[in-house]
Write a protein that binds this ligand. Sequence first.
Ligand SMILES: C[S@@+](CC[C@H](N)C(=O)[O-])C[C@H]1O[C@@H](n2cnc3c(N)ncnc32)[C@H](O)[C@@H]1O
Length: 182
Amino acid sequence: MDQYESVLKRLEKTAIEYTNIAPENGQFLSILIQSIKAKNVLEVGTSNGYSTIWLAAALKMTGGKLITIEFDPKRADEAFSHLTEVGLDSIVNIRVGNALDEIPKCKETFDLVFLDAQKDEYKQYLDLVLPDIRKGGLIIADDTVTMRDEMPDYVDYVFNTSTLNSVDIPLDDGIILSYKII
Ligand SMILES: C[S@@+](CC[C@H](N)C(=O)[O-])C[C@H]1O[C@@H](n2cnc3c(N)ncnc32)[C@H](O)[C@@H]1O
């Protein structure tokens, strides 16, 4: 990540304003992408592109591509300019719109999906994307400790369905990592 470090460090100064993930969560996502050699990844909730840089940098190593969805056009523009600055723009397709409308338009089969938009919509995002995640694919939901009370339907589903194996990981604001069994 050395070549992206100066931009990541700069963006970390405004992480609260843009509600970015912590660097250790970025590292975790990067390790997952490299471990499963992910080729197609979906991010729901781009903000200014901090997590997007982590995801795209890992996908550059695997030869993969990222779709990221953000409904605030100003934030999407900022994300594009940060991705261009680090030379990762060709790996990323930024879709500007509501994830609830944009997810059904995706034609890819995803290896990994990262959920970090509106917490009370996580279950809806999952319902829309789950059929398009491959067997053995991963779903990572962020803020699952600090904002758990806003996603009761998501938490209940991922820990009780026979389709997924899920685990709580207390990294920064909390992550639920789910593995698609079937
Ligand atoms: C927590 S921030 C994402 C932070 C980003 N993943 C990072 O770590 O750098 C959530 C973002 O999701 C966007 N968002 C919320 N609900 C959305 C929706 N339904 N569709 C698209 N974007 C949404 C917000 O505008 C906000 O920029």
